[in-house]
Ligand binder design. Structure first.
Ligand SMILES: *Cc1c(COP(=O)(O)O)cnc(C)c1O
Length: 377
């Protein structure tokens, strides 16, 4: 059997990782400013992470959710402590799309309505409901287009108000900062309006924190920067530092009914061990504070260098937009300078999503290298 060829892969074979570095099969060392798109939150192969999952594997790898798994309670408690959302409840699944799928479904159970609002350039996943609210024609199969998805222009308050007047809205889903769409920030008044309209119309405010959450922007959920409180937060990417975990944090106003949500693998023993280890490291090593410090430094320097059309982002979620496609820069950074960076659906935007323990010295190496690369292109 061969692999189904769906990924445009670069010809590099990483075989080892440590902190913000990876090594390829030929022994070349790379600085990782992409974290495998925001997945590597506490750094590659962090010793505490490795120890926790190795120990758990020796004890018990899996049993179904029809037994008590004490690790789930521990995970939920720790997540409450680190995020500050102690009164929310946790449901565990395995990916970001599943998290959004469950959140949308839960909203509909809660208020008995069906229509879901999302926004242009948003990305919420590749399963049917998630795909229906995703604005990317490349990955939306016709069979998945449902009448219940309403994709509105991003940051357009009038369009939002109008939709609430005309339709029975079950939920609004929005990324705190659009990731794949090119690091686009919502206007504070826009996101506050979403919170207000959801409250007034018994709709559920779903914060997609799959990419922008988990401490990446210096606050636990990037939505927290806008002083709003969502009814459901969806999480995945950084949650397991490479171990597949997804989850939704649910406001206490939404009550659970047996059987309404479920997952075979969700919340298994290995996933919990990985998830708890990530939160312990985030807390012990003050990674949210580091994301703020190093992120602010990067953003300020990038703006000061005057190399880009626009620099957008908060903390360690940064988009650098140029007047031209970034493909050449990105390729040079990777092959000639051994630095991983990311692209976005906007071809002119370079996307940075490094591990949260990136150091200022490593950030400086990137800034200097980028400057050199720009001179050469
Ligand atoms: C990656 C992503 C998803 C989908 O996550 P998967 O784990 O790939 O299913 C959903 N929402 C956002 C904002 C994402 O970045």
């Amino acid at each position: 059997m061969n692999m189904f060829d769906v990924y445009p892969v670069f010809g590099i074979k990483p075989v080892k990782g440590e902190g913000s570095y990876v090594w390829d099969s030929e022994g070349n060392k790379y600085l990782d400013l992409y974290g495998g798109h925001a997945v590597i939150s506490i750094g590659h192969s962090h010793p505490h992470f490795v120890e926790s999952i190795s120990n758990q594997l020796k004890e018990l790898a899996f049993y179904s959710n029809f037994i008590i798994n004490p690790l789930q309670e521990k995970f939920a408690r720790k997540l409450g402590e680190v995020s500050g959302y102690q009164d929310y409840n946790l449901f565990l699944c395995n990916s970001g799309a599943e998290a959004n799928e469950n959140a949308i479904k839960l909203a509909s159970f809660y208020n008995g309505k069906k229509k879901v609002i999302s926004f242009t350039k948003g990305f919420h996943g590749r399963t049917s409901l998630s795909v229906a609210v995703t604005d990317n024609p490349k990955i939306v199969a016709p069979v998945n287009e449902t009448d219940n998805a309403i994709i509105l222009p991003f940051n357009d308050e009038k369009a939002l108000e109008k939709a609430f007047q005309e339709e029975e809205i079950s939920a609004v889903i929005i990324e705190g900062i659009q990731g794949i769409g090119g690091i686009n920030l919502p206007n504070p008044s826009f996101i506050k309006k979403i919170e207000r309209l959801c409250k007034d119309n018994n709709a559920v405010f779903i914060a997609d924190a799959v990419q922008c959450g988990y401490g990446r922007t210096g606050k636990f959920f990037s939505h927290d920067h806008f002083e709003v409180k969502a009814d459901i937060y969806t999480m995945a990417k950084g949650m397991g530092n490479g171990f597949p975990i997804g989850g939704i944090a649910i406001s206490p106003k939404i009550e659970a009914v047996y059987g309404m949500l479920g997952s075979t693998f969700g919340g298994n023993h290995m996933a919990c061990a990985a998830g708890i280890a990530v939160l312990e490291v985030m807390e012990k090593e003050n990674l949210m504070e580091n994301a703020t410090q190093v992120g602010n430094y990067l953003i300020q320097e990038l703006k000061g260098m005057g190399i880009a059309k626009e620099v957008r982002g908060i903390g360690l979620m940064i988009g650098i937009e140029f007047d031209f496609p970034i493909k050449e820069i990105r390729t040079k950074l990777l092959f000639e300078n051994k630095i991983f960076t990311g692209s976005a659906s906007n071809p002119n935007t370079l996307r940075l999503l490094p591990p949260l323990n990136l150091t200022k010295a490593q950030a400086t190496v990137f800034l200097e290298t980028l400057n050199e690369v720009l001179k050469a292109v």
